[in-house]
Write a protein that binds this ligand. Sequence first.
Ligand code: FEO
Length: 170
Amino acid sequence: MLHPNVSRLLNEQITKELYSAYLYLDFSVYYEAEGLDGFANWYMIQAQEERDHAMLFLKYLQQNGEKVTLGAVDAPDKELKSLMDPLKAGLEHERYVTSLINDIYAAAYAEKDFRTMQFLDWFVKEQLEEEKNADDMIKKMELFGGDSKGLYSLDNEYAARIYTAPSLVL
Ligand code: FEO
């Protein structure tokens, strides 16, 4: 049995990850409407990954015999007025998610819950990748996005992203 504090935070993280999926779906819709299918594809796949993250938290709770409580998922609330806006909002959001993972880790550490810490290790590493990807996209947009050929080439690059299931299996 997990400590109630750890269990509560893990439960809340399911909803937060689903919000991430919803947010990236919104980004995908925005880029699709702007005619940038590649960017739309990248965020559609990102939304799938976030759903996977939510499922990992859900399964971990179930495996530990914990009650799963699904909360309400907020509507995406980022203002998207330029091609750069989703990218910047994405980095800001991933930094926030990193802080959430760290909070759960700290709660698990406080309770000597080494099992949950080991489970979270995958997410700690994943967040490094998530922040790096988001930061790289901003840098590339700054470098190449101002020019139509550069933007076309970036869009083609993001069109090539394919979905891969998470390496963590529960
Ligand atoms: Fe589930 Fe993008 O972190």
